[in-house]
Design a binder for this molecule. Structure first.
Ligand code: TPP
Length: 370
């Protein structure tokens, strides 16, 4: 049980001797590109919301290393039960950017057909379980999925995320307790970004840290610098290996900072400590990783331009394509809940059909086949 903050990269991007996981050059460049693309996606998401083109957005700026470093420790066959701020994982798992952006618009190209809030992604093909608004519910889901895998005897690992505020939820207790008792192969990643909306973490808990809470549940707890991609990766890789071996769950606290507001609906400047914010700005995870790549001769201006311009162009193409996709037709509200519609729902569907034929609600999208 270590309360010490584990780091590998110092502020100048130099790796401590003997701690560098020595990932292959192409993988390091891929991870850098993913962080840059995640940041660019975030900037575009907020801009679209401010322009009134989407209704809501949640930024993850400053937390790119925390979630990408963690998820990079998994195999593609492992599962994710995310919280609000891990969009980079979708890119890591090769979900097309256009699909991500269709979710923001809630259009017919969105996996959830516009039934979820924007930014509450769900991608079955990426083993990425739907984000849910209630804080902490994903922790129990991951614990249950892990228990099931252990009973089946397969070696899948389940990674789930929460914020510092999430540790105060009922489900944090239930999830961690069950996972530890049943030795479920789960990695709990608590991204301590300093705030739960406007409540600073010091008012959230009287514990010395988030990681220390693991002790009460009988699992290892580790604190790691969340703005140091290599350190997060290394700690999470150990936790993932431990889970896969059948030795049970781990709680990893990634210490980071929420550099943006909680969501597009609030203004952090009204409650955030400005000095704190300025200090964290200097610890930007992308800048630190860039220095590391530079020391390794894996970064230069041309590579930077390729990453930044490439991300912008891919996002622009995806926004254009996603914005052109129609909204889901009103009749789709009858889909996906029951395999066979109940007689009442059949009748309501018929009524909607007739109304649309007469030019009523949704008429502009045309009548649908019954
Ligand atoms: C059970 C529940 N209580 C309250 C809320 C309202 N709420 C939405 S986000 C949030 C704070 C989350 O903070 P944290 O877990 O630290 O994650 P972060 O947003 O910082 O990533 C709260 C209280 C909710 N969604 N669900």
């Amino acid at each position: 049980m270590s309360l010490e903050l584990l780091t590998i990269l110092d502020q100048d991007g130099k790796a401590q001797k003997g701690k560098d996981p020595n990932l292959p050059a192409a993988e390091l460049q891929k991870l850098y590109r993913l962080m840059v693309t995640t940041r660019a996606l975030d900037d575009r998401g907020l801009a679209l919301q401010r322009q009134g083109r989407i209704g809501f957005y949640l930024q993850s700026t400053g937390q790119e290393a925390s979630h990408l470093g963690a998820a990079y420790a998994l195999k593609d066959s492992d599962w994710l039960f995310p919280a609000y701020r891990q969009p980079g994982i979708l890119l890591l798992r090769q979900v097309p950017i256009e699909k991500v952006i269709c979710e923001w618009f809630g259009n017919a190209g969105d996996t959830s057909k516009g039934r979820q809030m924007p930014v509450h992604y769900s991608f079955r093909q990426a083993n990425f379980v739907s984000i849910s608004s209630p804080i902490g519910t994903q922790l129990t889901h991951a614990a249950g999925a892990g228990m099931a895998a252990r009973m089946r005897g397969d070696d899948t690992v389940f990674m789930t995320f929460c914020g510092d505020g999430g540790t105060s939820s009922n489900d944090f207790h239930t999830g961690l307790n069950f996972a530890a008792v049943y030795k479920a192969p789960v990695v709990f990643v608590c991204e301590n970004n300093g705030y739960a909306i406007s409540v600073p973490s010091c008012k959230q808990t009287a514990s010395e840290s988030m990681a220390i809470k693991a002790d009460a549940y009988g699992m290892p707890g580790v604190r790691v610098d969340g703005n140091d991609l290599l350190a997060v990766y290394r700690v999470c890789k150990e936790a993932v290996d431990r889970a896969r071996r059948g030795d049970g769950p781990t709680l990893v606290e990634t210490v980071t900072h929420r550099m943006a507001s909680h969501s597009s609906s609030d203004d952090a400047a009204r409650y955030r400590d400005a000095k704190d914010y300025e200090a964290w700005k200097k610890k930007d995870p992308i800048a630190r990783f860039q220095l590391y790549l530079k020391h390794k001769k894996l970064w230069n201006d041309a590579f930077e331009k390729e990453c930044v311009e490439g991300a912008k162009a891919a996002i622009q193409t995806a926004v254009n394509a996603a914005e052109a996709v129609a909204n889901p037709g009103p009749e789709t509200m009858f889909d996906d809940v029951y395999m066979n519609l109940t007689p009442q729902l059949k009748q309501q569907r018929q009524e909607l059909h007739d109304l649309m034929l007469k030019g009523g609600v949704g008429a502009q999208v045309g009548h649908f086949p019954l």
